[in-house]
Ligand binder design. Structure first.
Ligand SMILES: Cc1cc2nc3c(=O)[nH]c(=O)nc-3n(C[C@H](O)[C@H](O)[C@H](O)COP(=O)(O)OP(=O)(O)OC[C@H]3O[C@@H](n4cnc5c(N)ncnc54)[C@H](O)[C@@H]3O)c2cc1C
Length: 419
């Protein structure tokens, strides 16, 4: 029987570009094609047998988040469940005790520090992470880091859609073991679903770490920044979205290591982000990576927001990884202090009210009304949708339409408050 493939998800404009479908195909017939805004899967129909595996693992069409998280975490001892964060054992704040790591990672360096420690202790053989390409410092490149040095190369946030297609294919070759997947919630959803279908993946991936995600940006945002800050791409030696402290700066360095431009995070993020938001992200309900063993994020609330170097919030969902976090703390390489989940949720209040609230619902409703498909989740928002929610959703659609057209970028620049 011929089954649905990811072609349908792409046609429905629901692809998250996570790339995991490429690893699901036994015929190797999925490749990722360069798009203006993001890369999407393309199927070689001569080789495709329409087995439907790529469709099954795809998070773009929506995910049974409740059902899967119930299966993965509900039997963990002393587990609790929150409507927004999913299952959790503990919520912490913490940071790397190495100031170099803390200063140059996205937040407190917890992801990079914990992975490095796990590697040194022989708990893992590597991790699927992302660095910028050496020959193109603006293009993110997911890869399998197996050394402390390569983990360091992968530090910090990449605010641009990126696909795990090549690494997903690499892992299915079966030459690795004991790997951690680090990704956004949609990457983790894809890998989790792939592991349910593919024995090699199940045996190779030892743990799933998610970073929280409000939204990600399209590839066009990179062109905009270059134009906005008058940077010639061929002069760039190194680029970071977040460097030099808590939240930090977008930083362009030249080939000699000199700083060409530094823009404070809040300034460039809020300056233009709605124009370049990946539209699929506006219908996602999973900010906190509910299917991950451990999730890592910022903590935008006092007293933590007063910190200028960086403090993470962390959600642990499995006893195994929770114990390792404690051991890592006891070895003195990280700090780890438990906080109530309410504190974490207060720190994400704006995104929280959108993702599983009226904002996201309004956006999906308008899309549906316009005849588009929307993702299906096993979660229902029962609250009301206000006029303001609809206005915000319409303005998001308008801003995306502007962001897509380079000739209209003068409007973005007009509203962009960044220096
Ligand atoms: C698109 C995006 C949206 C985010 N939204 C929120 C939010 O709403 N609230 C919040 O509190 N925090 C958010 N974060 C998370 C935050 O920016 C930090 O990534 C997180 O706090 C971890 O910090 P760290 O210092 O421990 O990470 P680091 O030690 O710097 O390590 C970060 C790890 O994440 C990997 N990584 C970075 N970007 C990506 C990417 N795009 N896809 C896959 N892997 C990646 C890196 O390779 C590295 O392994 C977001 C991050 C991103 C990339």
């Amino acid at each position: 029987m011929l089954r649905k493939t990811v072609d349908k998800v792409v046609r429905d404009e629901l692809c998250t570009s996570c790339g995991v479908c490429a690893g699901s195909c036994h015929k190797g017939c999925i490749s990722f094609c360069e798009g203006k805004e993001r890369n999407v899967p393309v199927i070689d129909h001569k080789a495709c047998v329409a087995c439907g595996l790529c469709y099954d693992v795809c998070p773009g069409k929506g995910v049974e988040l409740n059902e899967l998280s119930e299966r993965f975490f509900s039997k963990e001892p002393q587990t609790r469940r929150d409507d927004y964060a999913g299952f959790y054992k503990h919520v912490y704040v913490g940071y790397s005790t190495d100031n170099e790591i803390r200063m140059h990672c996205a937040t407190g360096g917890m992801v990079t520090q914990f992975l490095t420690w796990l590697l040194e202790k022989g708990e893992i053989d590597g991790a699927i992470v992302v660095r910028f390409k050496k020959d193109n410092p603006l293009e993110p490149e997911p890869f399998i880091a197996t050394t402390k040095e390569s983990l360091w190369e992968s530090r910090s946030s990449k605010y641009v859609v990126l696909s795990h297609d090549k690494v997903a294919k690499e892992v299915t070759n079966g030459q690795y073991k004991n790997l951690i997947v680090v990704g956004l919630p949609c990457h983790v959803q894809g890998w989790r679903q792939l592991a349910e279908k593919n024995k090699i993946i199940k045996e190779t991936i030892k743990g799933y770490f998610s970073i929280y995600c409000s939204i990600n940006k399209t590839k066009l945002s990179m062109d905009y920044y270059l134009r906005r800050y008058k940077i010639n791409s061929s002069d760039i030696g190194r680029f970071a979205f977040r460097d030099d402290g808590c939240m930090g700066y977008m930083k362009f360095e030249n080939k000699q290591g000199g700083v060409m431009k530094k823009i404070p995070y809040k300034s460039y993020w809020f300056g233009s982000h709605s124009f370049f938001t990946n539209p699929r992200c506006l219908m996602c309900i999973d900010q906190l990576g509910e299917l991950a063993d451990v999730s890592f994020g910022d903590i935008h609330i006092k007293p933590y927001s007063d910190d200028t170097i960086g403090t993470n919030s962390i959600i642990s969902r499995s006893s195994y990884w929770d114990k390792l976090l404690s051991k890592c703390k006891n070895d003195g390489v990280i700090t780890l202090d438990e906080i109530p989940i309410e504190t974490l949720l207060r720190s994400q209040v704006y995104v929280k009210s959108y993702k599983k609230g009226g904002g996201g619902k309004a956006y999906s409703k308008i899309k549906k009304l316009l005849g588009h498909e929307i993702p299906v989740y096993d979660y229902k928002y029962e609250g009301s949708v206000s006029v303001k929610d609809y206005c915000v959703a319409l303005s998001q659609m308008l801003m995306h339409a502007i962001g897509k057209r380079k000739k209209l970028w003068w409007i973005v620049k007009l509203l962009d408050r960044s220096k």
